[in-house]
Design a protein around this ligand. Structure first.
Ligand code: NAD
Ligand code: UD1
Length: 335
């Protein structure tokens, strides 16, 4: 298959490109490098020994998309291109809705024009808002998102559902990721946020490597086993493999719109992650307990049964693998 991967040089996109190439697909990437480095392209080649075709540009650029679909014989699209910083989305709603929603409309319009009707979309567990119960099933209530980032994912899910209703020859998979962490075991690609990370794992890794002084643990008075927040951390390589399985499903079935949780089904607390990281990497992670972070929820983890049954996909890598690979990437790429 020839797959257009938008945002393909980013964190999850780059790992998915590796899996696609290893499964002998052809890969075309569109990325505007707003949150990625062009060197990632060479790293993907180093891992797979295969080339991707790269278009530098923005997904809002309709002429460019028209050109890509005209020049390449694309069979399917995986759409990762978006902004993802929750806090920033509250400050910049216009930019977030433009980049996370308007661009998807441009993409879908060009897909329709060129009769490419197969798409896998990166959604998030954030669409469940503050879940009524855990583990979360795909049929559970969505909505009550608390920031423009989360709402942008909800909007695109609705757009895709409306599109499918209007024309049931589309093949659509909406993947709701839980908390992707870790890196490729080669240490060549991983998560490299600019500045001070907002998310837990990159923060822990930078404290361990000495780049940051101390982790602030946001609250220890949640109704969880040790009072700290519980999340479903999933290794990015497992997550990437989920996309290959979703594409397989879309290819095999006649048409449809499918929604899957991609998580492990197990929740770990902030302190679980800290102690596992220390043990696996034999390092110290200094931390202090501070106030809860506004908008945070106590617990969030998936019921991944549907993906197991329908995609034949299941996360296989452990929390130890995630901690080891995340740190390996940080150490290997330390300036
Ligand atoms: P990322 O920022 O590393 O990757 C996004 C990529 O898209 C970057 O390479 C960026 O340069 C590119 N991009 C952004 N806007 C673009 C545009 N208009 N045109 C072309 N390229 C553009 O983020 P990620 O963590 O790899 O996330 C990928 C997708 O998964 C996003 O849609 C994100 O919302 C979703 N998601 C991520 C997480 C997570 O924790 N990382 C969780 C749930 C969902
Ligand atoms: C964040 C996003 C969410 C996105 C998800 C995917 C926010 C508010 N939400 O979720 O939209 O779908 O990532 O990865 O950013 N923590 C600390 N100290 C830190 C950082 C985090 O204690 O410095 C705690 C948090 O309180 C939480 C856990 O670690 O309990 C995980 O936090 P984080 O990595 O930011 O992910 P989420 O909040 O789950």
């Amino acid at each position: 298959m020839k797959v257009l991967v938008t945002g393909g040089l980013g964190y999850i996109g780059s790992h998915t490109c590796v899996e696609l190439l290893q499964e002998n697909n052809e890969v075309v990437v569109l990325d505007n490098l707003s949150n990625a480095k062009v060197e990632v392209k060479d790293k993907i080649k180093q891992i797979t020994n295969k080339d991707i075709k790269f278009y530098l540009g923005d997904m809002i650029d309709e002429e460019l998309l028209d050109k890509i679909f005209t020049e390449e014989k694309i069979d399917a699209v995986i759409d990762f291109a978006a902004y993802k910083a929750v806090g920033e989305s509250v400050q910049k709603p216009i930019e977030y809705y433009t980049n996370n929603v308007s661009t998807v409309l441009v993409l879908l319009k060009q897909m329709k024009k060129h009769n490419v009707k197969r798409i896998v979309f990166s959604s998030s567990a954030t669409v469940y808002g503050d879940p009524e119960h855990v583990p979360i099933k795909e049929t559970d209530k969505t909505g009550n998102t608390t920031n423009p980032y989360g709402t942008s994912k909800l909007f695109v899910e609705q757009i895709l559902k409306d599109l499918y209703k209007s024309d049931n020859t589309w093949d659509i998979a909406i993947l709701r990721y839980f908390n992707p962490i870790g890196a490729h075991p080669s240490g060549l690609i991983g998560e490299a946020p600019n500045g001070i990370p907002a998310n837990l794992m990159p923060y822990i890794a930078k404290v361990a490597s000495g780049e940051l002084e101390c982790l602030s643990v946001f609250g220890n008075d949640y109704p969880t086993k040790d009072g700290t927040g519980v999340r479903d951390y999933i290794h990015v390589v497992d997550l990437a493999k989920g996309h290959i399985k979703a594409l397989d499903k879309l290819q095999k079935e006649k048409s449809g719109l499918y929604i899957y949780n991609l998580g492990t089904g197990t929740g770990y607390s902030v302190l679980d992650l800290v102690t596992t990281f220390e043990k696996v990497n034999n390092v110290k992670v200094n931390y202090k307990i501070v106030e809860r972070r506004p908008g945070d929820i106590a617990e969030c983890f998936a019921d991944p049964t549907k993906a197991k049954e329908e995609l034949n996909w299941q996360a296989t890598l452990s929390i130890e693998d995630m901690c080891r690979d995340a740190y390996h990437f940080i150490i290997k790429n330390k300036k």
